[in-house]
Write a protein of this length. Sequence first.
Length: 330
Amino acid sequence: MYSQGLIGAKEDVVEDDAFLEAFQRRIDAEEKIEPNDPMPKAYRNTLIRMIGQHAHSEIVGMLPEGNWITRAPSLRRKVALLAKVQDEGGHGLYLYSAAETLGVSREQMTEELLDGTAKYSSIFNYPTPTWADIGTIGWLVDGAAIMNQVPLCRCSYGPYARAMIRVCKEESFHQRQGYELVQSLCTGTSEQKAMAQDSLNRWWWPSLMMFGPSDTESQHSDQSMKWKIKRFTNDELRQKFVDATVPQAEHLGLSIPDENLVWNSEKNNTQGGYDFGEINWKEFWQVVKGHGMMNRDRIAARKKAWDDGAWVREAAAAFADKQRKTADAA
Ligand code: FAQ
């Protein structure tokens, strides 16, 4: 699927045992792999799939929050929300650029998003009916994103790892401003606190789903861990997120909507951790396969933006072409 027009691709590399072992030795020595380095096709394709999905998630992720920009309750909140949504757009652009170093074009990636071949995070297929959802997204969704993305700063592929450093700094700020928003609601009127609780009830389980299928179901984790693309498994990160977030909810005076949530002092090598209830995997796969509440709207919005922007892309390409011809003639 991603084999055409690879920028730095060493198509002539013979993937024999000697090559694969030498590549693994570089990974084990914590060397960064750079765009023009020889790499196994499967390593390249894994990164294109994962970085592409990540980039699409950032861009699609602008939609649920963008929905509230015109209705933010104060100028201060509107400025913070505008800046956050703009940051997510920026993250998408770094990530598309990181994927492009692997020889895939942004056009190809976008077409694969629009035709359903490429995925984006399940979380952005849930609606944002109340203002409290803006706080909860910052608190939980950015919180989960950070938990997943901080280890990606040590990913073996250089351009992805470097892009993640700035992304994580910005996501940390988003998480704090989201938490501060929820905290204002929790210290406000009883209606405001109820709005925060209702929002937590709706976003808790989808946030846990962001980490992907359980380790026994994950198709790519073993190989991605071996290549040091992923540093932790999906379940390990999910557990870290639960352990970090439950005390935050307690501090806010909110209840996590899970009757099976209980502290287990034996967990995490006896350091302790929370046991929690079973995720609704049926719902997860339905959303991933395109049947969530907002999937159709999200893709329709991205398709409209892509179609409406066609003339800009054509004009930019024509301008670049003209400049090249002028330079050639000189
Ligand atoms: N949603 O074998 P695994 C954000 C798919 S950024 C949809 O475990 P892997 C910022 C997976 O692709 C959020 N699909 O896969 C923000 C695979 O299908 P495929 C995005 C999912 O790659 C905040 C299949 O299931 N972050 O939130 C999901 O080893 C606020 C089997 O799964 C990233 O993308 C899911 N939740 O692990 C923006 C981080 N989970 O591709 C706006 C980078 C799994 O074979 C507002 N990505 N699938 O057809 C990753 O860390 C990994 O790719 C995982 C999945 C952990 C997502």
